[in-house]
Design a protein around this ligand. Structure first.
Ligand code: GP9
Ligand code: MN
Length: 670
């Protein structure tokens, strides 16, 4: 035993032995991450095997680079530095995954100044006990060094042998790629999902892959031409869904108040939480709006966001174009691309003034730049809310019950008709925003094993009551009767990783919780409340966030036939009811649901494992339709194609005249 012990320390005290020791720790941490913190959605043993080996090739290649150095301090300096970087990359991805169910792309890193501020903050809340494991090597090294068991090796490693290590790791990497390709053809060219790439190739490989994508994006803009725009134009013309005259212009000229319901899922509507034998209605006010005949409500409205989360939802809702397949459109292109967004369209067609109210810093998601490109006249961010204190706010900003009242002094000065958007925050992960908030109203926590799920209902209840108070204000001032109020949930609040913890609360079995259940949980509210109108009701039409803008514009009597929008009016009889998720190959129609590689009957929820010819054909057609819709949108977004096209009756916007400083003075002047 003693001999083995000595041989071990002797081995790892050689340069090559040291490299293998670091490689071993790195491998161990990756495997731990794959099994504990990251969900790779393995579908077969083969894929598990791929994941087990994938940290090794690149790990060896990078850690082996130090071997080329003769001098001892260069060897150890380089090797340890590379090891630390690899570890940081792994840990950062683990934490990021916990929040976004996605991996860090180079886009995200480049945009860190605008989005990482919030992530850094939430990281503090995201620390889980299991993360201790990533420090497992530290006590080992302390022991080895202090007991003088782990020594440095001053003998340079043979040049040829260093080369052999590089060659070996390259060979292993090719083998890894080959095995990955066998499992999933065209893995890298079609991308599928970030998850697939990490599953097959590991995290550092994915980072490099995404870096390449970012580079390509910058190339895409410079190579895009007006011919590309022609193709998009043809597609949009063909998919235009003409408005139903019954709804066209029913709210013409009214103020539009948009309320963004943060992380609000459709299942909350009418939901009653049972705690200690008592039943608590979570969102009584929103339920009353949902069921009102003054409201056009939608029960099968899906969010279509990806890693841009809130920013993707805003992009979809206000431009009828999708966010990106990786990263955030607003962060990457929002400040530069030509856009025809709701504020600018309404200003030009109806003389609207526009503003956003949001209790977080204006740079988050690059809003301060994007909103100018979208034509927002005013943007009141956290700096406009002087009532903000430690107690009434959290990492995403001022709580809703302070943000709404805090906006009034600005809203009162606003020229009518106005288009204003309220971005709420209190119902945001980790659903602990109310600790310290005096207006918190004692709504009970759910009693599952998941803290995140438990807090979700109380923050949703708080949001509900904040919205009710705001409606009361609107009614008291008479603004209510001259406005319409649009409300939507931006995306899921409980991620797919956690959603099985919701199963029991929804009367389902967590053991049989399926991808179908996960897909159905992507429904979010969409309601257009029109005071005084009585032709409302709940529509079961299937649609997504991309369909919201044409729907709203038609209600306001704006002709969208020459606009470049990817969505279809949800009230139009021509609506195709095909909902694309932002992850390729995933969709919902009234008949089929395709989610995480599985196909289901949307009506029954049963999995279709052996599709017959008709089913295959129909799904092939749907797959093509959603892929085309996404690729047309991507062409516009990444190629900045709207610089080549001006819709009838609109002009490109001159954003240089918009400034978000001294806004109260600007308002008073007008
Ligand atoms: C931050 C808020 C949250 O300002 O909009 O964004 P999210 O984390 O949901 O994308
Ligand atoms: Mn959000």
């Amino acid at each position: 035993m003693k001999k083995i012990n000595e041989a071990f320390w002797k081995g790892v005290s050689s340069r090559l032995g040291f490299v293998f020791l670091l490689l071993f720790f790195y491998w161990l941490k990756n495997i731990f991450a794959y099994f504990v913190n990251i969900n790779l959605e393995w579908e077969s043993r083969y894929q598990v095997m791929l994941s087990l080996i994938n940290p090794i090739p690149l790990g060896l290649m990078l850690l082996g680079l130090g071997l080329y150095f003769k001098k001892s301090r260069f060897f150890y300096g380089t090797t340890i530095a590379i090891y630390v970087i690899l570890n940081l990359l792994l840990i950062a991805n683990v934490i990021y995954f916990g929040e976004f169910t996605d991996f860090i792309t180079v886009n995200t890193i480049l945009a860190s100044s605008s989005s990482a501020a919030g992530l850094g903050d939430s990281a503090k809340n995201l620390l889980e006990p299991s993360y201790i494991f990533y420090l497992i090597d530290i006590p080992f090294f302390i022991y080895g060094v202090f007991r003088k068991k782990l020594k440095t090796d001053s003998k340079p490693f043979n040049k040829r042998a260093s080369f052999a290590i590089t060659a070996l790791s390259t060979l292993l990497l090719s083998a890894n790629l080959f095995l990955a390709e066998v499992n999933r053809g065209e893995l890298l060219t079609r991308g599928f999902s970030n998850n697939y790439i990490v599953r097959a190739m590991g995290i550092p490989f994915f980072t490099a892959y995404s870096g390449n994508l970012t580079y390509q994006a910058s190339q895409a803009r410079s190579s895009a031409t007006s011919d590309d725009m022609k193709k998009v134009e043809a597609y949009v013309k063909e998919h235009y869904a003409a408005p139903d005259p019954k709804y066209y212009g029913i709210a013409k000229g009214r103020n539009v108040i948009v309320i963004h319901l943060e992380s609000f899922q459709q299942f909350l509507i009418d939901y009653k939480l049972q705690v200690d034998g008592q039943s608590y209605e979570v969102t009584p006010f929103l339920n009353s709006i949902y069921h009102s005949n003054e409201t056009l409500a939608f029960s099968n409205f899906f969010h279509q966001v990806k890693s841009g989360k809130t920013s993707d939802a805003e992009t979809l809702m206000e431009t009828s174009l999708f966010g990106l397949s990786t990263g955030s459109y607003m962060v990457n292109y929002g400040g530069t691309n030509t856009a025809y967004a709701a504020p600018s369209i309404l200003a030009q067609t109806g003389g609207y003034t526009s503003a956003v109210f949001h209790g977080n810093t204006g740079s988050f998601w690059n809003r301060n730049n994007t909103y100018k490109q979208w034509g927002y006249n005013y943007f009141f961010d956290s700096s406009a809310f002087t009532e903000k204190t430690e107690e009434n706010s959290f990492q995403y900003g001022l709580n809703d019950k302070y943000m709404f009242p805090g906006s009034i002094k600005y809203l009162e000065q606003m020229q009518q008709p106005f288009y204003v958007k309220y971005l709420t925050v209190s119902n945001h992960y980790p659903y602990t925003s109310l600790s310290g908030d005096e207006k918190e109203q004692g709504f009970p926590l759910a009693e599952t094993k998941d803290e995140t799920v438990n807090g979700y209902f109380a923050t949703a209840n708080y949001l509900d009551s904040a919205v009710k108070d705001f409606f009361d204000y609107l009614k008291a001032t008479g603004l209510y009767d001259t406005s319409i109020i649009v409300m939507y949930g931006d995306h899921y609040g409980i991620s797919d990783m956690r959603s099985s913890n919701l199963a029991e609360l929804l009367g389902k079995n967590p053991e049989t919780w399926s991808n179908y259940d996960k897909a159905m949980l992507q429904r979010v509210p969409y309601m257009i409340h029109i005071p005084g109108y009585t032709g409302g009701g709940i529509s079961n039409t299937f649609g997504g966030e991309v369909d919201a803008l044409p729907t709203l514009l038609h209600i306001l009597g704006v002709d969208t036939s020459s606009y470049i929008q990817m969505g279809q009016d949800l009230l139009s009889p021509d609506n195709k009811q095909t909902v694309a998720f932002r992850t390729s190959g995933q969709y919902v129609t009234p008949q089929y649901t395709s989610y995480s590689g599985r196909l289901y009957n949307t009506q029954t929820g049963e999995e279709i494992t052996n599709p017959d010819e008709t089913t295959k054909k129909e799904n092939e057609a749907i797959r093509n339709a959603v892929a085309t819709q996404l690729s047309m949108s991507d062409a516009v977004q990444t190629g900045d194609l709207l610089r080549f096209y001006t819709p009838d009756g609109l002009n490109p916007l001159d954003s240089s005249t918009i400034s978000y400083t001294k806004q109260m003075d600007q308002l008073k002047k007008i």
